[in-house]
Design a protein around this ligand. Structure first.
Ligand SMILES: *Cc1c(COP(=O)(O)O)cnc(C)c1O
Length: 497
């Protein structure tokens, strides 16, 4: 399996190279040149395997320069029962009205980012060895909250790596901030940015392609890499959980094997839903991919209103902060595939996005999007109502991001009459967004600290996940705040880690 940049398909690289370097030098994202198909024999193996085995099989299709034994070893470490509270890594909870909630937050930082970021350190360090790289990999991460936490947890004290995380100073939940600024580890650092997620992500993309910075770090024995979902090593492990959910639903008789499901995903950077698209291309029976957004609904408008992507609009901070994004990076990969791997067209669209903040795709691409996707959005009040009604009617407690997806799915089902069973990606523990969830249930949160957990426990009788409860009494280690224009200069701090 070979990989090319979305902006130049002439130069092919290996999966190890794509993972080690994160982003292509032309600013494009690495993509496999074709999608491997799941054979009947693969499906038999998938149905019989546990979660770890399913991931190893799916990764084996894409990461062909890794041996089956290596991948098996990595999945056993990444998804070790003690890190996930048991063997049920990605359980599916079936509710009324065709909703099948795929819980992706049982890992060490309680959001779905763990699904890939517990795996990435293994893939990355092995990739560096495979390409003969001896410099220290410096991982720069822009985060809307959860990626930073999960990347810090995954890479803390991993030999041969350093990690620096940038988060929007006013854009993360108190729990997310606490998780990041108290993260132990010798090789980790955290920086708040006076700006939003898009500012941080754009600054990092410029750093990755800034030859002066790259050469300067190299002279000090360091290379840059990415743990954002622009890195193929982030996306590949995510494909597996949609396939695993389908195996679970068919084993339980919820879906007859071979019949389709819809997949509804609360979306920000478009990584998670792109993984579902790729699973579909591999042969997973998927009817519609439903893209759910909050008040920052640039994607809904793009998918539902004539194929124009326009980021020139106000940016809102919402109760689902991990989706507060106006430039969804992974959309570039989708454009690459639906244009028939037309790197020139993607280059042109991305140049328009950089220059004018907008672009319009052609009629063929619009038709492809309409066939694959549906989309919708809701505001914070509707998110809160959904949390309350799901809890009152079905005794199911969900976080704000998951609630956005549930709401958009219910609206989709009412609007279209489509009753296909639907897998809804649940992306965070409700306790991670305690304040919003408790308030949706009529509770009051007075203090922006760990005591929030008690408020939600008091309202529901449910206990917070152990990793969040363990934040009690932990001391902050990082308090640096930088202006968004000064992010580049912070790379000099890497030498001190
Ligand atoms: C990151 C995140 C999302 C958005 O996922 P993308 O892959 O960026 O689209 C949704 N919900 C939560 C809780 C997240 O952490």
């Amino acid at each position: 399996m070979e990989y090319v940049s979305t902006r130049n398909k002439g130069k092919k690289v290996s999966s190890a190279y794509a993972i080690a370097t994160g982003i292509a030098p032309d600013g494009g994202l690495y993509c496999p040149t074709h999608f491997p198909e799941l054979t009947p024999k693969d499906w038999d193996a998938l149905l019989a395997a546990d979660y770890k085995g399913r991931v190893a099989l799916v990764l084996g299709k894409f990461l062909t320069d890794f041996s089956a034994e290596e991948l098996k070893n990595f999945t056993e470490k990444a998804y070790a029962d003690e890190r996930w509270g048991g063997p049920d890594t990605a359980p599916v909870v079936s509710l009324a009205g065709g909703k099948h909630i795929l819980e992706l937050w049982h890992g060490p930082t309680c959001a779905f980012k763990d699904m890939a970021l517990q795996m990435l350190p293994h893939l990355l360090t092995a990739s560096l060895k495979k390409i003969g790289e001896t410099r220290t990999a410096c991982i720069l991460v822009a985060t809307s909250g959860d990626t930073g936490t999960a990347a810090l947890n995954g890479f803390a004290d991993v030999p041969g790596t350093k990690i620096m995380v940038y988060y929007p100073v006013h854009g993360v939940s108190p729990m997310q901030k606490l998780q990041m600024v108290t993260q132990p580890g010798r090789n980790v650092s955290v920086c708040a940015v006076n700006g939003n997620f898009d500012d941080a992500q754009s600054a990092l993309k410029r750093i990755f392609t800034d030859s002066e910075t790259v050469e300067g770090l190299s002279a000090q024995g360091m290379m840059l890499s990415s743990a954002n979902s622009i890195n193929w090593g982030r996306l590949a492990p995510q494909i597996a959980y949609y396939i695993s959910a389908y195996c679970d639903l068919s084993a339980r008789g919820m879906v007859e094997f071979g019949n389709p499901v819809n997949i509804c995903v609360p979306t920000g950077n478009f990584g998670n839903i792109l993984a579902a698209y790729i699973a579909k291309q591999m042969g997973l029976p998927v009817n519609k991919l439903i893209c759910a957004s909050n008040r920052n609904h640039v994607l809904t408008d793009f998918l539902k209103q004539g194929g124009t992507y326009d980021r020139n609009r106000p940016f809102f901070t919402t109760a689902s902060p991990s989706m507060d994004i106006l430039i969804s990076s992974n959309l570039e990969r989708l454009l690459y595939y639906i244009s028939g791997q037309n790197d020139e067209a993607v280059r042109d669209l991305m140049a328009q996005l950089a220059e004018n903040g907008r672009y319009t795709v052609d009629a063929d691409m619009q038709a492809a999007l309409a066939a694959l996707f549906d989309a919708g959005y809701c505001d914070d009040a509707q998110t809160g109502e959904t949390i309350r009604s799901l809890y009152e009617n079905e005794k199911y407690l969900c976080d704000t991001h998951t609630a956005v997806a549930v709401r958009v799915y219910e609206e989709y089902r009412a609007r279209t009459g489509d009753v296909t069973p639907t897998v809804i990606a649940s992306t965070a523990s409700p306790f991670k967004f305690c304040k919003s969830v408790a308030e949706a249930l009529g509770g009051r949160v007075e203090r922006e600290d760990v005591s929030q957990l008690d408020v939600l426990s008091g309202l529901t009788g449910q206990q917070p996940p152990a990793p969040l409860a363990a934040l009690r009494g932990r001391q902050p280690r990082f308090d640096r705040v930088v202006e968004k224009e000064d992010i580049l200069s912070t790379t000099s701090l890497l030498a001190e880690l």
